[in-house]
Write a protein that binds this ligand. Structure first.
Ligand SMILES: Cc1cc2nc3c(=O)[nH]c(=O)nc-3n(C[C@H](O)[C@H](O)[C@H](O)COP(=O)(O)O)c2cc1C
Length: 220
């Protein structure tokens, strides 16, 4: 094996370890702070996730001020991790992310990834399609993209020594109201992030033959 192959193998192993080690953690050291710089770095890496037409509809509200975490606590049904974790990241999906199509495809032209005329037709088609979607379809798209970025963010956090728990257990209507979230944003999930004081409890998975099929789905 060449040095490069050995290095690739180690990197692969490291990645698989991160996947295996991620667990939902619900007990955190409340004294740990994550700097805005480090948080921004993790979020930036997470945004390398794929998204529908590369519209990147994810928006993050990082809640790390103690009084705001306290305000969130009852909205998240008093789940203690909300106040103990270093931060809670609200992952939101912007159903009007097509407004950024010009910027996104413009960047691609500037970077030399796309000829200008291709970008112009992409922008026209993307804005036309996404701005006329039925609201439910638009919400579904940003929820899928929001799920992808959430997973990516949790793995990045783990690789940097942090733990997370994704949370769907909160009152979305109350959250939107309490935090002044505009109508164009779909609340996807909350992610608590910090340093565990107690490891997440182990969980099991269905055997792979219950969930994966080749070429044909079972009838039942
Ligand atoms: C969309 C979603 C919502 C979840 N909501 C909560 C929640 O509100 N509170 C909580 O403690 N865990 C929540 N979880 C964590 C799951 O319980 C956990 O992922 C699952 O039991 C598997 O455990 P693991 O993450 O440790 O592998 C949620 C997970 C997902 C994917």
């Amino acid at each position: 094996m060449s040095n490069l192959q050995t290095l690739e193998k180690i990197e692969q192993q490291t990645f698989i370890d991160v996947v295996r080690e991620r667990r939902s953690v619900r007990q955190y050291d409340p004294t740990v702070r994550i700097s805005q710089e480090e948080m921004t770095e993790m979020l930036g890496l997470a945004t390398l996730a794929p998204s529908s037409s590369n519209l990147q509809p994810w928006r993050f509200l990082v809640i790390d001020q103690p009084e705001l975490k306290k305000k969130l606590l009852p909205i998240a049904y008093n789940q203690q991790q909300v106040v103990e974790a270093s931060a809670v990241i609200a992952v939101l999906g912007d159903v009007e992310s097509y407004e950024k199509a010009e910027k996104i495809y413009g960047q691609a032209v500037e970077a030399g990834f796309m000829p200008e005329d291709t970008a112009v037709s992409f922008i026209e088609r993307t804005v036309r399609t996404y701005s006329s979607l039925p609201p439910e379809a638009a919400r579904q798209i940003v929820s899928i993209d929001g799920g992808l970025i959430s997973m990516q963010l949790m793995l990045i956090a783990r690789s940097k020594g942090y733990d997370t728990v994704p949370m769907g257990g909160y009152d979305k209507a109350k959250f939107v109201e309490a935090f002044g979230i505009g109508e164009k944003y779909v609340p996807v999930m909350l992610i608590a992030i910090g340093k565990a004081t107690k490891p997440g409890h182990p969980t099991t998975r269905l055997p792979i033959e219950d969930v994966a099929f080749f070429n044909e789905m079972p009838t039942k």
